[in-house]
Design a binder for this molecule. Sequence first.
Ligand SMILES: O=C(CO)[C@H](O)[C@H](O)COP(=O)(O)O
Length: 210
Amino acid sequence: MELQLALDLVNIPEGIALVKEVEPYIDIVEIGTPVVINEGLKAVKEMKAAFPNLKVLADLKVMDAAGYEVMKASEAGADIITILGAAEDMTIKGAVEEAKKQGKKILVDMIAVKNLEQRAKEVDELGVDYICVHTGYDLQAVGKNSFEDLQTIKRIVKNAKTAIAGGIKLDTLPEVVNAQPDLVIVGGGITAQQDRRAAAAEMQKLIKQG
Ligand SMILES: O=C(CO)[C@H](O)[C@H](O)COP(=O)(O)O
């Protein structure tokens, strides 16, 4: 089980400073969608240059023209690129094909997918590397989480690795770890804490015990 730190509400220097605090405790650093919007793929490039030993995920949430977007993110140094589960099959296939060419991985974000069981089964047959259940900020705000959805994909997905994102904090991490996803994605559960290093260290400990 790996731990991914999601950076959403920072600029590039703030992001690099934050990762310096928690580097020993994380496996992957995510350049979140808002950071890509604000800073472009330069954020991926600078993060990879600063932390060559960490994997960098570019949270592009690709919906179309995947071959081109995966190529550009790969050129910037991303190791993993996200695409939406709601995208067309041919778009997801294009992402997988380009990622293979570039030696990169594709994570499918199932945010807002209504028929999770069926879509997870379909996406799992397209050769993607990760399938991630995700409760976005808007649904977190009305008390939702993805813990049940994680159980669903754990049952359905046979080929890809499983992942979960959305509002995971130290107190909810044990429930997540119990379900044994391959990847746990945490943003505010680390970045919004007073002692980020301690939060990341404690999370890594729980994940390693899991
Ligand atoms: O992709 C995202 C939002 O769309 C976030 O990066 C993801 O939800 C993790 O952040 P948090 O733990 O703060 O919810």
